[in-house]
Unconditional design. Structure first.
Length: 313
């Protein structure tokens, strides 16, 4: 039998997550190192889903035993994903104490007393220095909380994906948020941006974000839901686009929509919920002809316009 350390090295080079776990289960336990024994034990718990190198934490509260098993795997340099929505002090304490350096993807939805200590919230987010994806759900928080968190999240050094969920009737966002979004769009690793319920305070802020958006050649996925950003400024590099325009500032003519969308030749998935001046089935038929790589298409308008929906590929 090969030495334990060599078995560990071979297993780490298995590219398929399922095959990786099958290999671990097939090996005699006595030939597994402590980190791999811990991974096997974790795979049998309801707290963690393993898709190596990702360890997806499925609950916001983890028992001590699961936490200790996780810590024994950290020498393997896993990517920790916590998508269950951290909202309480207990979860943030655990994040800071155990997982922050290994965190790659994080869902944060603070509320209640945890919002009273902004420094603690900021420290928790800053400690996740390797963070690549963040979902920031502040739909139940006061503006004084989410403004600072949004600015901090946008400036995470390795951030490639940001989902920002503001309250449905959020006040117009401060200039600091538009500046942070511009900085994020200027970073070469920005690939995914989801914005919900964004209104800009000044026309100049909106213009700045539009210009940064149009120039962001790294962006692959854009989701704009109830914002005052316009379809006219989306970059040509997109492979996925979702746009729901419920604001007069985002309303455009059918001819303009056709011209803009026809340039998005790399699009694979497109969802539009638009106010339009003509029946949207015209736009849907046009898109089917113009976009050669489109696999999924859904176009809908207001009740006065006939909805058209198509999925093909």
């Amino acid at each position: 039998m090969l030495p334990h350390e060599l078995l560990e090295l071979i297993a780490l080079f298995v590219p398929c997550p399922k095959a990786f776990l099958v290999l671990l289960h097939a090996l005699p336990p006595r030939h597994l190192t402590t980190p791999f024994q811990s991974l096997l034990a974790l795979s049998r718990t309801p707290y963690v889903s393993i898709a190596w190198p990702r360890l997806v934490l499925k609950q916001s509260r983890l028992p001590l035993e699961a936490t200790q098993l996780l810590e024994r795997t950290f020498c393997l340099r896993p990517e920790v994903v916590w998508r269950c929505g951290l909202c309480h002090r207990y979860s943030l304490d655990m994040l800071l104490r155990h997982f922050a350096p290994y965190m790659r993807r994080l869902t944060l939805c603070p509320h209640g007393s945890v919002c009273d200590d902004m420094r603690y919230l900021e420290d928790a987010l800053t400690a996740c220095s390797a963070l690549e994806e963040i979902v920031l759900d502040v739909r139940h928080d006061p503006q004084s909380v989410w403004t600072r968190l949004v600015v901090l999240a946008c400036r995470m050094p390795r951030l490639a994906s940001l989902t920002l969920l503001l309250p449905p009737h959020a006040p117009i966002v401060a200039a600091s948020i538009s500046e942070a979004l511009v900085a994020l769009l200027h970073s070469p690793q920005c690939q995914v941006l989801h914005l919900h319920n964004i209104r800009f305070q000044h026309a100049a802020d909106r213009v700045a974000v539009h210009e940064a958006l149009r120039a962001c050649s790294s962006l692959r996925e854009l989701h704009l839901d109830n914002t005052d950003l316009s379809l006219l400024f989306v970059p040509h590099t997109l492979t996925r686009l979702y746009l729901r325009a419920r604001d007069d500032a985002a309303r455009i003519e059918m001819a303009e929509a056709m011209e803009v969308l026809a340039r998005l030749q790399q699009l694979q998935e497109l969802t539009l919920r638009l106010q339009a001046t003509q029946p949207l089935w015209v736009l849907e038929a046009f898109l089917r002809r113009q976009l050669p790589h489109l696999d999924r298409l859904s176009v809908r308008g207001t009740p006065r316009v006939r909805p058209a929906e198509c999925s093909f590929g």
